[in-house]
Design a protein around this ligand. Sequence first.
Ligand code: ADP
Length: 398
Amino acid sequence: MSTKVMAVNAGSSSLKFKLYQMPEEIVICSGIADRIGHDDGIFKISYDSKTKKKVIPLRDHRVAVKLLLDALIDLQIVQSLSEIQAIGHRVVQGGKYFSDSVLFDLATAEKIESLIPLAPLHNHAHLIGYQAFKDALPDTPAIAVFDTAFHQTMVAQDYLFPIPYRYFEKYDIRRYGAHGTSHQYLGLEAEEFLPGVEHPRVISCHIGSGASITAIKDRKCVATSMGLTPLGGIMMGTRTGDIDPSVMMYACKMTGKDVYEMYQIFNHKSGMLGVSGISNDTRDIEEATEKGDERAIITNQLFARRVADYIGQYFVRLGGADIIVFSAGIGENSGYYRQLIIDEIKDALGITYDKEKNLPLRGEKALISLPDSRVKVAIIPTDEEIMIARDCVRILKL
Ligand code: ADP
């Protein structure tokens, strides 16, 4: 029997939604309430190849949810709200508590709340989003889908930091990773390119403004690049990724800034933006590179090297790899950056690929390695929302 399921991603000032017909996985409508908290909020909904957009005061998430539910009825997208059998909420940080999606009830909400220090903006917003839907649709079950859950299969030597062990015991300081729902999706989708491979080894590169790399074996996460928070791992749009921790103290000492200020700089003013001095957007940096801007050139080289280092590390960690997958904003859309990265790893890993095919490819699922390549290389557009909808169906047995 068909059912309708809503996937929700509530941020601090936005609420993205996608309504699915399941199990057919048909998108009925999707959209966003943006600039929540502002008088000129934006509400956008797309359905039946139509898009409706209005600028309207969005006092809080509750107003945004009401607007969405009213729109579903007014636009006759559903006849009754009771047709929606589940709301699946994306949650960024599940800490040590969640290794799978769960029913989003009071107990779950309390645990998510206790994890706010690890993801202050995100977890708080998810709870507000959850409550807004709960108030509007009190009888509709909700599911929490965690970005960290997929990474809970890591073993201690992959998630521990070499700091005093009591910090782990007492404060749960360890690697949790992020983008888990995306990596899980990419790992499953990659199998399409691996017919007959019994124990698929996948290196998934979710490279957008935020970026992480995951080593997957037998559909389980073995290792992932983001750390306690999404600041760790590879260099990103505005985040440092891994750096020598003494940079923090020394940079504070030299600039006179405190740890919190420097932490903000590591999160929001570093990475591609910090090194290039141009932008956090690779499109701008690529353009500057073409004009011969030296800082743009070194930014690209540094970025590609840092991604390549992680791929190499995970190639060893997995005892080889069957496929490397590129996804997210940069991974899906930029042939230029894919080429930079592949050229760093191809000799060591025995990769051959079709340069002409790679360069123009955008947002399309495709294999770009050649038949004789020792490791396959593919582009797979990610889809975290469908994983949320699938988990609603699985957990609620719809
Ligand atoms: P996030 O979800 O982490 O905010 P995205 O996955 O949407 O990030 O990636 C955004 C980034 O992807 C942009 O900053 C830009 O660097 C890159 N990007 C997005 N679209 C394109 C494109 N069409 N061509 C090249 N790069 C793109």
